[in-house]
Design a protein. Sequence first.
Length: 587
Amino acid sequence: MAVATKPSKQEHRLLGDILVEQGIISPLQLDEGLQRQRLTGDMLGRVLVSMGMCEEQDIIEALGLQAGMEKIDLTKIKIPQEVIQLLTPDVARFYNVMPVRIVDDTLLVAMADPLNIQILDDIAQIAGMKVWGAISNQEDVVKAWETNYSMEGDSITDMLDDLRNLVGDYEMTMEEMGMTEVIGDTENLVELAQQPEVIKIVNLCFLEAVVKRASDIHFEVYEDTFRIRLRIDGVLMEIVSPPKDMALALTSRIKVICSMDIGERRLPQDARIELKVGESLIDIRVSTLPTIYGESVVMRILDRTAIKIDLHSLGMPDNILKTMDTIIHKPNGILLVTGPTGSGKTTTLYACLNILNQPEVKIITTEDPVELQIDRLVQVQIHEDIGLTFSSCLRAILRQDPDIIMVGEIRDLDTAEIAVEASLTGHLVLSTLHTNSAPETITRLLDMDVEPFLITASLEGVLAQRLIRVLCKSCREHYQPDEEEMTKLGLPKKWQQDQNLRMYRPKGCAACDFRGYRGRTGLYEMLVIDEGIDDLILERAMAFDIRHYARKEQQMRTLREEGIIKCIQGITSAEEILLHTDSFEDK
């Protein structure tokens, strides 16, 4: 087996000495850094960066030199074609490297991240030879891709024949050795997972998902078929349907990447990994599920940009933005975000926390699961199997003296009552609830047996939301809706009689992969808890009455009404609005 190998062994040098030799810092600065390090106990590189003496890239390059790597300027060398062909464009981009030359049967690759030496083993498997890394930077590696590779790389379909042959060989081995013996032999599965063709096919699935902005990758096994699908803008799309024989190889590879138990196929497993794909750093949550025909695997890609997202970028109308800003800056109270699974509730809460995440404020979250890790937040993962539930965790959080608390979901009366208690004792509480509209949230809390007076004393506002697909601006087309469509949408009579009324619908082009949509945005319905709503809560009024009051007195627009506006603006289609929103008859 080919493994990553260092071409030449060099004498170990101290990081500080390397930085001085490179002219990045002076001997005096090194002494200052070492003195600070002795006081803080932190790593020298981090100390020097915090003191402003050097950049993070300087430390990365110095650590690469310390590991015996050479520094390469990709802009000044010509790479032989036979070296370029050792790695496909997709593989080079996936691992963020560029093949440079062959020295003594060892392939030298320039790395944008020379500290990530674990990837060298994968590249060695793919290239079929020893591999070592050289120091470069992101900008030069990207330019090298553009110069030496065409934009077209191996497609998943191109790899299937090789993988089919590989799995076919292992199927013959199974027949010769006996099915039970091979299935029970974990070493065989590890070897299968490390085959170059298997590595390539899984990597290409990752690449396809990242390029197409997919949120999930699904590996699904059926009686006679095996298919791989991506969830893009909330809709599943099949990218390839390999022979069923490939399922074991691909599933085993995913387990190896995630450090799962490769031999356990009878019980569900969960894992979380971090991958550098090209220039992007992505978090992936992996779940395996044993089915009657094999293991089903779902890989959820967690978008780290949600950490930096703000409320303004979520598609909220200005009036709701102002209301949200007012509520989240109150010293205490509860804000609930409601909607079905996958409607973007957690992203909205993260956006609120980004605004509130200041050095003088302590924020604690309790989530199931923790989707994104955010600096300066104390985040707690729920484990119900060991008794760490939302309610028990929330009790413990209150003893940690937080200012703001985020509860992933209010699922029961116990959690609801503790959240109310927290708000009444001076905490701002953000949480979610599964209801179809903002007014129905009130009746849901009442159905959970939360006392009406506690709701009125603590609840400040409810935001209901949905995610809808956005029409591709390159190919959307306008049209005049017919009477049936306008009636289904519930358009006002005066709008239906307007001969100039235009809406938009999907068409499909290369820019949107002929789907007609590209990206998603939100629909929002904001209910503010004012004195009138308080009276209705104390009367245990129905959701219908609360909605009627909010539309009349607060000018609240329902999700359907917000959707109609976005249809006319050309943001989305009537089809999307009818699919994701309900129509309500008013009194």
